[in-house]
Ligand binder design. Sequence first.
Ligand SMILES: [Zn+2]
Length: 419
Amino acid sequence: MNRLPTFITFAALVLPLCSLLAQPSYLLRGSRLFDGLEMHEGWAVLVSGNRIVAAGPERAIEVPEGAETISLPGHTIMPGMIEGHAHLLLYPYGQMPWNDQVLKESNELRAIRGGVQAGMELRAGFTTVRDLGTEGAGYADVAIKQAIGQGIIEGPRLLVSGRAIVATGSYGPKGFKPDFEVPLGAEEADGADIIRVVRGQIGKGVDLIKVYADYRWGPGGEAMPTFSQEELELMVRTAASSGRVVAAHAGTAEGMRRACMAGVSTIEHGDGGTAEVFRLMKEKGVALCPTLAASDAIARYQGWDGNPASEPPRVKQKRESFRLALASGVTIIAGGDVGVFAHGENARELELMVEYGMEPLAVLRSVTSVNAEVFGLSGLGRLQAGFLADIIAVEGDPLQDVSSLRKVALVMKDGTIIR
Ligand SMILES: [Zn+2]
């Protein structure tokens, strides 16, 4: 009758040792390697288990016996990309308007679709994704993260923000008779109640808080600030005492200013950003997530054919505010608001960053090491000994042609080859 415990003891002691010895090792070599900071010709990376053992000139790397060499001539090896602004629970408004996704589709349907969409982002080379709000689908993002963690579905590492927080009366869906209580795309909070709502969301499993610091609720439907600076400060303080940060949606200069003064970590969109506001952001160490691809996609849903001669005002303004942001030296992270456009097309944002004037090397840094640093993801975003083995290979050289970031030939997450 003692045999079973003996076997369990044996298994508990010996099996982990075996798996440690049998950890798969890979040497990945392409024509060049981007380590998160610089491009290096002739470099390779050695992986054992889920860790990077070495990254450097290939001749300097000692390859252990039994390691598998993966050669990808003509390709660039680089860190798994990090999507800075996603909505896994949304899909392109050109297929289904936002209002209908929020009001007509069940959270269950949306969660299943969201899980599939998470897999699409991973296979597009994005091994980490910051999701900024389920837009009416409750805490389906927390569930997707759990499903990925338990190996039920394939997907990237996730940072999730749950329902997100809006000021009462500001958010949609709108346009119903006043006494009809419509399910909203985010959770309302005001004044001192902000403390309870922030803590409530933390309790439901969010990694960070997403707030809408302004929204289209002006007298003529224009974007205007929502929360006071004091309310935003309360939100940041409450989140910070639990070790979490706040990401603020803001498109107006005043909404951006208040969010910045309140101490948010990142400002999303920033369409109406002025030189002065970007300077303030730089001073306060607040990063900008420009979401160029969302504005571009929405303009196209509204009928724009992409012709520069007929560029709509909102795209023109986006170009101009991005130019001001670049000139100011504010930290620019990479995040496209994917979900507004198709999951898996995440690299669209990176193409537009280059098109709107950012240096390709700076774009590569943004989507890897800069995003990792701003999001507090230690061990990610660089190919360096000791870092986690989230590695991709893309065809060609993204410094010569940024669209090579779409041509993903290999995705490794946590040392496991996904594709
Ligand atoms: Zn968004």
